[in-house]
Write a protein that binds this ligand. Sequence first.
Ligand SMILES: NC(=O)c1ccc[n+]([C@@H]2O[C@H](COP(=O)([O-])OP(=O)(O)OC[C@H]3O[C@@H](n4cnc5c(N)ncnc54)[C@H](OP(=O)(O)O)[C@@H]3O)[C@@H](O)[C@H]2O)c1
Length: 280
Amino acid sequence: MTIEQRYSKDLMAGQVALVTGSGSGMGRITAIEMAASGARLALFARRAEPLEETAEMIRAAGGEAFVVTGDTRDEDTIEAAMVAIKDHYGQLDVLVNNAGGQYIAAARDITNKGFEAVIRNNLIGSWQMTRAVADHFMFENGGSIIFVTAITRTALTGFAHTVAARAGVTGLMKTLAAEWGEYGIRLNCVAPGTIKTEALGHYPIPPERWKELNRSVLNRMGTPQDVAGTIIFLASELGGFITGEDWYVDGGETLHMGHDARDMINPEMFDKRKRGDGSE
Ligand SMILES: NC(=O)c1ccc[n+]([C@@H]2O[C@H](COP(=O)([O-])OP(=O)(O)OC[C@H]3O[C@@H](n4cnc5c(N)ncnc54)[C@H](OP(=O)(O)O)[C@@H]3O)[C@@H](O)[C@H]2O)c1
């Protein structure tokens, strides 16, 4: 993978950043681009091998990365990660709560157990990680925390469990931002629209139909780089006076009303505006 140098090499110099779920997708690209911007990275997820691959990519480009495995649902592994990061780097300035996952299901088919599992992973996991990072590092030295969430200001059919979890994270973020500003801790959310990552391949949807999920007015799906750029802006001094914000990186997906009256008067325009999947 070629690593593009999109920001100044010292934008995040002197900072240590922990990115959860950094063995794939948006987490991996965010970690790689943060390292290229001068940050030293801690990489956290359940599986070591994908994290080691990300670490190798960072090191090959001259950056610094430290791998620590754990589960955001498990307080003991989080505690062990905090101790390991303290021993290794002695500081932590940025947390990106990116780890998460869900499955597609109609709300009427989601069991209580399934609902709880998604809440545990996407809401409670993010809270536990945030709390630990604040306790161990940020109440003393300040810092920046970014939550990667999902679209919650409109319906997200097929994802009732995750939309509940992500809306919970957004409310939590705003309240923590108000309470923790006095410690110099900034907290913000980045809500991705439809982003082309390996994770889409885990849904029972054939790739040729992904474009039907994408309603971006920009006629393409989002990329992990689109999301990483926004995270780095918020994490670094570029976003130094921004806290409590919920930024959508959705290519205008949530601007839609679900119909386009222009098609009524000029149906052939519909084809011209057909949605892109990023590869066309
Ligand atoms: N792609 C999209 O269009 C889209 C849209 C909206 C929101 N999102 C959300 O944005 C985030 C990143 O998305 P992505 O597409 O890059 O997904 P991804 O490739 O599946 O990355 C998520 C990572 O999180 C880790 N993870 C999951 N549960 C964990 C846990 N309990 N503890 C520690 N690590 C955990 C996984 O690694 P391990 O299995 O090794 O733990 C995985 O590598 C996810 O939260 C996703 O749900 C994605």
